[in-house]
Design a protein around this ligand. Structure first.
Ligand SMILES: NC(=O)c1ccc[n+]([C@@H]2O[C@H](COP(=O)([O-])OP(=O)(O)OC[C@H]3O[C@@H](n4cnc5c(N)ncnc54)[C@H](O)[C@@H]3O)[C@@H](O)[C@H]2O)c1
Length: 337
């Protein structure tokens, strides 16, 4: 299956049931990344003007190259953890900037902490200036290794602040606290998305950036063994990117979501071992599996409780894993060098 971005953008527009961003002015931090570049494109397609801020820490210039030709798109190359003045009024500030791959946690823990603490403060300061609505992309990692699965937003989490994932998990928890503080003290309209594992075209496959699905696909297409941590019995629930973007836009747009914290992800839980076998079959690959030690603090299960997303946003994911995988494999195959 080939990747047809136009068709997928139209799918998102249709699924949004008339939610419009016509003439809205939106700042997207992290807009050159996987989710951020989808977000910028879809917002432009929905009629918004978009200012994208990114320092290419994990994002790519080619993700936004085509957008630079659109006069409603403006790019500012900048590290969001350093103060920034935006000189045009804004209706929304979407803060997505943060490295998000576990291998990056090891190499760049300070930058990750800064993007989700000082970077959140910079984004909130810009939003406060223009009384813009804020969407913060937090993560299922705030739950750590969860004691309740499916995990509802009311679960406080089981996080190790001094473990290898602490830089990400605790920074996101701190980022949430900043967002809520600006809401309480300055009356900002804020929304927090707790994103569960999301995949799709434009997710990086290379080096430290490769998260489990793109890494497996890359290994399967290269005929290399798929590397599984532990025995592969740990579970994850994978959300396809178009579902994720639709959920985030509903969270940003719906009046009823003001001040809410909402899980956005897919409830279909699968073991990492079953995922590896599914990827091998979908890639028509003869790759083997290779097993190595489970990383410290790797969560055993991940599955969102989507009750709030259903009730407040009228949203639930639609794209099954086999369809999403085949679209992602199509894109990776087309873009591999
Ligand atoms: N994709 C997922 O499964 C997932 C899950 C949970 C949460 N999230 C969150 O969603 C957001 C986007 O994630 P993604 O998957 O698109 O990751 P990504 O790495 O593809 O994108 C992150 C973007 O932020 C930019 N960035 C990082 N630090 C920056 C800084 N200091 N200043 C400016 N730009 C900076 C990067 O260059 C990149 O373009 C992140 O906040 C991440 O924590 C993603």
């Amino acid at each position: 299956m080939t990747f047809n971005p136009r068709k997928e953008h139209e799918e998102i527009r249709r699924n949004l049931d008339g939610i419009s961003f016509e003439d809205e002015k939106v700042l997207v931090t992290g807009g050159a990344g996987f989710l951020g570049s989808w977000m910028c494109e879809v917002l432009l397609n929905l009629g918004a003007s978009v200012t994208c801020v990114d320092n290419f820490a994990s994002g790519r210039r080619e993700n936004i190259a085509a957008l630079l030709e659109d006069e409603r798109f403006r790019f500012i190359e900048h590290d969001i953890s350093i103060p920034l003045t935006v000189d045009t009024p804004l209706d929304y500030v979407f803060h997505l900037a943060s490295r998000a791959s576990p291998f990056e946690f090891e190499r760049y823990p300070i930058q990750i902490l800064k993007a989700n603490t000082m970077g959140v403060l910079v984004a909130l300061g810009i939003a406060k200036k223009y009384r813009a609505r804020v969407l913060y992309t937090s993560t299922s990692e705030v739950y750590g290794n969860p004691g309740i699965v499916p995990t509802p937003e009311s679960y406080y989490g089981n996080v190790n602040p001094v473990g290898p994932r602490g830089c990400y998990d605790e920074a996101k928890r701190c980022g949430e606290a900043y967002v809520v503080a600006y809401r309480r003290q300055h009356g900002l309209d804020t929304r927090i998305a707790r994103i569960f594992n999301t995949y799709g075209p434009r997710i990086r496959t290379d080096g430290i950036y490769g998260r489990v699905i793109p890494r497996f696909i890359d290994q399967a297409l290269s005929g290399k063994p798929l590397t599984i941590f532990g025995d592969g019995s740990q579970t994850r629930s994978f959300c396809y990117v178009t579902d994720q973007i639709e959920g985030l836009l509903r969270l940003a747009a719906r009046d009823a979501a003001e001040g809410e914290v909402i899980n956005i992800g897919n409830t279909n839980e699968i073991t990492v071992l079953a995922l590896a076998n599914m990827v091998i079959a979908a890639c028509h690959s003869s790759s083997d599996l290779s097993f190595s030690a489970l990383p410290e603090d790797d969560p055993l299960r991940r599955r969102p409780d989507l009750t709030k997303a259903r009730e407040i946003l009228g949203w639930e994911p639609r794209v099954p894993l086999d369809t999403g995988l085949s679209r992602t494999i199509g894109w990776i195959t087309e873009t591999r060098t």
